[in-house]
Design a protein around this ligand. Sequence first.
Ligand SMILES: Cc1cc2nc3c(=O)[nH]c(=O)nc-3n(C[C@H](O)[C@H](O)[C@H](O)COP(=O)(O)O)c2cc1C
Length: 474
Amino acid sequence: MKEYRILTGGMGAAVSNWELAKAVGECGQIGVVSGTAMDVILARRLQAGDKDGNMRRALAAFPLKSVAERIINEFFIEGGKAEDASFKPIPMFTLNPPKELLELTVAANFVEVFLAKEGHSNPVGINLMEKVTLPNLASIYGAMLGGVDYIIMGAGIPREIPSVIDAFSKAKDASIRINVEGAAKGEEYTMTFSPKEIMGDMLKEIRRPKFYAIVSSNILATTLVKKTKPAVDGLVIEHNTAGGHNAPPRGGINLDDNGEPIYGQKDEVDIEKIRALNVPFWLAGSWGEACRLKEAIAEGAQGIQIGTLFAFCKESGFVESIKKAILEKMPDVFTDPKASPTGFPFKVVNLEGTLAMLETYLKRPRICNLGYLRHVYKKEDGTLGYRCPAEPIKAYIKKGGEEADTEGRKCLCNALVANIGLPEVYKNGYVEQTLITAGDTLKKVREFIKEGADSLSVADVIDKLIGELSPSEA
Ligand SMILES: Cc1cc2nc3c(=O)[nH]c(=O)nc-3n(C[C@H](O)[C@H](O)[C@H](O)COP(=O)(O)O)c2cc1C
């Protein structure tokens, strides 16, 4: 059996898009798409004119023809929307989302996986974040309909996901617990997704993909392998130098003089203990060097998960101007303890003109209109509400949130969608700005650019990483 040595880091939103994942698959490794915010991304790609027709082509393969047609009728604009026009809004997720939103989410994840799988026969995965909880069931189901081979989830404790995948593969309903702030002890909230309600007569059993959990501690790795039923099929061990969100340091966040969280020996994962769990595992976070891949294999890892190096390849979803600016300037990376509404540290690239810069951040009027990172809370009257520490401060406080939690928070939802060239444009002329994340080893990206070239490709990265493997390692 072929050994895969490189797993694409799932990079939201749509940085690991279908084009990047397909390119990795064509190079013989495992391509992964990000499943985060795919509903709004599909709706906006269609409103941007779907220039090469890929969205509509993939929708034509979606099993529910009437749903595909409705989505195209609702969102597709021939030639694309006017540059100064706003996108048509879609509803934000709640515990009881409208059926149209569930259908859009299922279709969008199907589309991304379907396109990523074209042109090669290597496996494709989808990355989802446990903290972006509410769309996850519909996203998983859509990806499974698209034939996804791996579901990979981090940013939380995805204990219930293996049984969700089991249920969906058997065409059954599945539920997950929802964390509700202010709920009484023992009070449980769940969200259920019913394949039957979406698929109707088209409901079928589908192949079960494998499930990998992304973890940053031995305790969590052990729990997910030994105490979760069914167990996870594999692990991605992510170091705090990785791009995107990082697990908070164990024992709480203390900051150094630079304002970054202090990580120490307690945050290092003991690989010997991981090996003893006897499941395939991948190492993530600063492993992007040929010698480190050999080291990872020698440690017993299946391979390495690569994010930062792929993020700035020509095939990734970041807009061209961002890739160019990063490759030219190679700015510093700051582990921001406050930026993310999740409360997890988030790596931010100090690039001029982005929300990393105070003056750009302060110019943004706070608004919450995508809502993927909203927290669910229990109101005084017992009903549920939704709030985000990056929303307008007054509204957040009115909903019972603490003012201190709003400080320095950034609207990742809008920024990440702006990063891929689909920024919201408001009536007052304000255009959502970008905010770039990358791992601590960003400066190494340049070493992968071929002499004389001014851009980087997936093939350049993979060739250099696996080129030094011996036949027994490859
Ligand atoms: C631009 C970018 C976005 C990312 N977004 C996500 C994400 O949405 N979900 C996730 O699990 N990891 C995310 N990551 C982490 C990667 O999946 C991967 O684990 C990490 O990049 C590996 O370390 P490296 O950056 O040193 O290659 C992101 C990383 C980058 C660079």
